[in-house]
Design a protein around this ligand. Sequence first.
Ligand SMILES: NC(=O)c1ccc[n+]([C@@H]2O[C@H](COP(=O)([O-])OP(=O)(O)OC[C@H]3O[C@@H](n4cnc5c(N)ncnc54)[C@H](OP(=O)(O)O)[C@@H]3O)[C@@H](O)[C@H]2O)c1
Length: 277
Amino acid sequence: MNRNPRVAVVGATGAVGIELIKTLGKRNFPVSKLALLASARSVGRKLKFRNQEIAVDELTKDSFKGIDIALFSAGGGISKEFAPLAAKAGLKRIFASSYQAVSGTGAKAIEELKRQVEELVSGKPATKEVYPHQIAFNVLPQVDSFLPDGYTKEEMKMQNEGRKIMHHPAFRASVTCVRVPVYRAHSVAVSAEFKQPVSVDAAREVLSKAPGLDVVDDPEKKEYPMPLYTAEKYNCQVGRIRKDCALDNGLCFWVSGDQLLKGAALNAVQIAEELLK
Ligand SMILES: NC(=O)c1ccc[n+]([C@@H]2O[C@H](COP(=O)([O-])OP(=O)(O)OC[C@H]3O[C@@H](n4cnc5c(N)ncnc54)[C@H](OP(=O)(O)O)[C@@H]3O)[C@@H](O)[C@H]2O)c1
């Protein structure tokens, strides 16, 4: 692998792409050449990388000639560092509700929330393009499309990706995914059931050592993770850790994390950094 690779960012003009470009710069990734790729709509648009203005090119079959690393807006997910920890505790199943930011839908949804807020505060009706209902001052219990069993694709992704990430084919997740009028950072309230009893102290200790995660959990001081304050941070935050009063071996906790960074752009750059090692 070239130690100073030529890098392409695919989807450079999107919500994740913009974060990828910033993250490559902030982490001093040793880029010798950066190609920014998007659709024909964005050709000619210029984006800043370090002190350079780079023109966006159209993505074509030939775009990757001479490119060492291509960063596609990689799928989100929980950091794989958690896999061994979760597997060790023999986690059985979770019940969860997510509170997902509009940037998870992409750049157009960020614009939709901004536009609707402006329309509503100036007394006009909210116009809709991206979501089926008004998202400003509302919550939508639908993320992605519905499956025949009544769950959405996003909800089943939590079970299916959880199984892959934890190498745990029997893991079960019953989830309700909700879109909330937050610009950036997803949150999730989790009740997790384990095979054996798990104490709050042991959970706190394991979580405080986990890479990519900060424990923010001091209820007396009203300290807990919030999307407003985890936005633009590399680490996810976990708090409200407590015994679940409705499950025998259960723990409840609340997590917030910047899905554009840890869920996509930062993760992609960290994978590229691993390739250089
Ligand atoms: N947003 C998140 O939080 C998040 C988290 C994890 C994973 N992801 C994944 O990351 C990907 C991008 O998401 P996003 O939120 O950044 O979406 P977005 O804001 O809508 O951006 C989409 C990007 O893809 C480009 N594009 C679309 N069609 C193209 C084509 N035919 N050829 C070349 N480029 C094309 C767009 O270029 P133009 O501007 O030219 O149209 C734009 O740069 C998706 O697969 C999404 O599932 C997103």
